[in-house]
Write a new protein. Structure first.
Length: 187
């Protein structure tokens, strides 16, 4: 695992336990993979004039704890005991401010592009390691904690595949038996 320090973090609230993992999907520019744009975004070094889609990222200060590249390479940007700025305005099961009690994992991808098997394998290994260290109750998508505002990791993310690699009940199902990020049940 490679480590690149991001300044986009701060201390968690005193006594706050890490109980949630938020899985994100990211590509910069959108739909393109590889390169160092995500690393530059997380370290406040992205040239926002380098691509038209970057204009909305000017002055944005964000970072996840981890990034899983398309080839499975894992990069850590923020120590897990610190609060990374990844979820924004968010809530899980009625509890606001997910950044306070979550670890954010970005997976290089796009809502409509299939993620790579090696990414699921690396993500599963990371989730298993985190579960040994923290009292994690759930791993969910960014879209699950910021519905209507965020769509990632998107419909191309195969939650069922990840669930086969991660011991239950980390990927908690809702009362209808759906995994996080699943489309609503037909009525």
């Amino acid at each position: 695992m490679r480590q690149v320090a991001s300044p986009n973090c701060d201390a968690r609230p005193r006594g706050e336990a890490v109980t949630l993992v938020v899985i994100h999907g990211i590509s910069l520019p959108p739909g393109r993979f590889g390169g160092d744009a995500v690393t530059r975004l997380f370290t406040n070094a992205l040239d926002t004039a380098a691509h038209p889609s970057y204009a909305s990222l000017a002055n944005l200060r964000v970072s996840a704890h981890f990034l899983v590249h398309r080839d499975g390479t894992l990069v850590q940007f923020v120590a897990c005991n610190a609060r990374a700025w990844h979820a924004g305005v968010s809530a899980w099961q009625g509890r606001a401010r997910c950044n306070d009690y979550s670890i954010g994992i970005e997976v290089e991808g796009a809502d409509t592009v299939a993620y790579e098997d090696v990414q699921y394998e690396r993500l599963a290994a990371l989730l298993r390691a985190l579960r040994k260290r923290y009292p994690l109750a759930a791993a969910v998508g960014h879209s699950d904690v910021a519905p209507g505002r965020k769509t990632d990791p998107g419909p191309a993310f195969d939650w069922a595949h990840l669930a086969r690699l991660v011991p239950a009940p980390l990927l908690r199902r809702d009362p209808h038996g759906r995994l996080p990020g699943s489309p609503p049940a037909m009525v």
